[in-house]
Design a protein around this ligand. Sequence first.
Ligand code: HEC
Ligand code: HEC
Length: 230
Amino acid sequence: MKFKLLIYAGIIALAGMSFYNVSDHDIMATGKDSVVSGKDSEANGKDNIASGKGSVAIGKDNLPSGKDSIASIKAFSKVYSVLMSPRCMNCHPAGDIPLQGDDNHLHTMYPKRGADGKGLFAMKCANCHQPENTPGVHTPPGNPNWHLPPADMKMVFQGRSAHDLAKQLVDPAQNGHKNMQQLIAHADDGLVLSGWNMGEGRTLPPMSHAAFKKAWIEWIKTGAYAPPVN
Ligand code: HEC
Ligand code: HEC
């Protein structure tokens, strides 16, 4: 009995070693095997678990099958142009006050983020931002969920280089604990969609939502590469 246990322990140890020694090439070639278990992904210190089908397994030691740094960086340049556009950046400010307009000026009346991103005291976002756009120019855009990212996870876009923002977006400790699958799904999030529906008098992001979504998914599925530091 003891002897058998020892053998099992040996096999497990060997299997463990070979998992950590496989090259990227092996991981890519095996496809299905690149889906790490919850346990292994913890050992890798990454939350970035594969999709249901195993097609998008991303993490330092676990690259996706469609890995392609050139295509990925190219897709991210499109993504970045949208993220930095006023309709998105105004809710992803570096400070604790949202921004307004195409020149990203500080929100008049200075509503503050607050712990949950929904505003402080009498200046709750939802007091002025209704579930729907208010008709007219210079009126508050509407959405039932209108708020900033929370104080403990500010998801800042303003001032971030493409390199830094790409890294931040895929870091679960900075992106709201999203794994790759959840990040992909976020392309259809209500507040993201609101960027293309902000009411009268506001310019649109530089491409359609469909084009943004395509570039977003391509960026992630080809390895979520960060462009080089300038
Ligand atoms: C009304 C404010 C608001 C607007 C406008 C907005 N966002 Fe956000 N965004 C948020 C909040 C709040 C969160 C955090 C909630 C969450 O992650 O589910 C968030 C989270 C995100 C995240 C995931 C977190 C991260 O940093 O990885 C992405 C990506 C994102 N937004 C992209 C966009 C894009 C693209 C646009 C414009 C088309 C946009 N947002 C417009 C408020 C906004
Ligand atoms: C007292 C009313 C009021 C409160 C409270 C308020 N807003 Fe606004 N907000 C407005 C008005 C009015 C506009 C439109 C201003 C304009 O277009 O000139 C606006 C515009 C915005 C815009 C700009 C949209 C764009 O892309 O130009 C963002 C972002 C925004 N608000 C976020 C927030 C957030 C987040 C909160 C809560 C922390 C909040 N607001 C609280 C009244 C308010």
